[in-house]
Design a protein around this ligand. Structure first.
Ligand code: GLV
Ligand code: MN
Ligand code: MN
Ligand code: MN
Length: 394
């Protein structure tokens, strides 16, 4: 089966009729349907499926064991996201297994396709949740108490999905089996001008929640001079982010939630989420510090309170240079490029040799419905992944 054929099979699952694109989030009905679809596809290929203590699914070709070659990605999306970010890596892994089978290859090392849970953090706020839990990059108690926008905790969502949230936590056994991990992903900027490339690094990045508190009141009856409107420092924060992110730094406010959120109501509280990224740890933190200082000043000027919580953070990732160069050579000298996007591969890279393959994105758009990869490029990605797995598992 081709990657595009497999993507077509899930084209209706989680299509977002309101925002456009796809909304597929960890442990929601849609993601559970996708997980079932993946398990059925794995079964069709005779792969043996296991779900780990954190909800990640592993489909093994051969017996699970040490020095395994692992590939895969995620099936969840951002709200209103594209069809490729995540699923392309999963379907390409299945298609690569088909290619290797068809040519009569039998892996000498254990080989598995993994689906990580809630990579985007679109529901519970922390990205790469499945890989963070495995590696111990997030405390399981903290994870269990994360809440979605409806106030449902991760623990309750896992329970509602028929699984056991008490098992969440570091999984040294799962990690010990991984000889190397290769994640194929659609490229997310305009960095790749040939069908396939390999990743060199990921920007340092994190998420911060700013809570501004003021006085809820009537939009018509309250004189402008009497207001303590938390939306005003929230607006300043958006502008501060634009001003502070210079050079290779990026700062984004993609989500603002006023409480209670009425057109004729001055909010009593506004929550603003900042996503900030840059080439190194010091630059990222200084950009955030600058934005924070501006936000504090704006809050004080409006007589509002401010609380800042770091919700996730990861330092710059440099992918294993030996594996990267090896794969580039195996693939005929494809280019290596850095990315500003986060990935489960970036989390695993702190523990196991990790690499990424990128497939060209002619739109330069991602995390939006326009995200795209040409069918021929997707198949080039499958061929590259198959060659990679053959090389690594021989
Ligand atoms: C995930 O795709 C991210 O980089 O935010
Ligand atoms: Mn993404
Ligand atoms: Mn992704
Ligand atoms: Mn990602």
């Amino acid at each position: 089966m081709t990657a595009t054929g497999l993507l077509a099979a899930i084209a209706d699952v989680g299509a977002d009729r309101v925002r456009g694109g796809y909304s597929r989030h960890g442990f929601d009905r849609v993601e559970l349907e996708l997980r079932e679809w993946f398990v059925a596809e794995a079964a069709k290929r005779g792969l043996s499926v296991e779900t780990d203590r954190n909800g990640n699914i592993w489909a093994w070709w051969g017996n699970p064991g040490p020095d395994a070659v692992i590939t895969g990605s995620h099936l969840d999306s951002v709200p209103g996201g594209g069809a490729f970010d995540g699923p392309l890596g999963v379907v390409s892994s299945l298609a690569a297994v088909d290619v290797l089978r068809a040519k009569g290859f039998t892996p000498r090392k254990p080989l598995a396709v993994v689906v990580f849970v809630e990579e985007e953090g679109g529901r519970f706020g922390v990205p790469c949740l499945g890989s963070r839990l495995i590696t111990g990059a997030i405390d399981p108690d903290q994870a269990r108490s994360l809440r979605d926008p409806d106030g449902i905790s991760l623990a309750d969502a896992i329970t509602a999905a028929g699984a056991d949230p008490s098992t969440l936590g570091p999984d040294e056994e799962a990690l010990a089996r991984i000889g190397c991990f290769v994640e194929l992903h659609v490229e997310q900027g305009r960095g790749l001008t040939v069908p396939v490339g390999v990743a060199s690094s990921i920007l340092a990045h994190g998420r911060w929640r700013f809570t501004f508190t003021g006085e809820g009141n009537h939009a018509g009856a309250t004189r402008m001079s009497d207001r303590r409107d938390p939306m005003v420092p929230a607006a300043s924060l958006v502008l501060a982010a634009r001003k502070a992110a210079v050079g290779d730094a990026r700062a984004t406010v993609g989500r603002i939630v006023p409480v209670p959120g009425g057109t004729n109501v001055i909010a009593s509280e506004v929550n603003v989420w900042l996503d900030a990224r840059a080439g190194d740890d010091a630059t990222t933190k200084s950009v955030v510090a600058e934005i924070q200082a501006m936000a504090r000043q704006a809050a004080a000027e409006e007589g509002c309170g401010i609380r800042v919580t770091q919700e996730s953070y990861g330092d710059t990732v440099v992918f294993d240079p030996v594996l990267r160069d090896d794969l580039s050579t195996v693939l005929g000298g494809v280019p290596a490029l850095p990315t500003g996007a986060g990935h489960d591969a970036g989390i695993l890279a702190s523990r196991v040799p990790t690499a990424m393959l990128f497939v060209r994105n002619p739109t330069g758009v991602s995390h939006a419905p326009q995200e795209y990869a040409e069918p021929d490029d997707c198949e080039a990605g499958v061929a590259a992944l198959a060659a990679t797995l053959e090389h690594l598992a021989s």
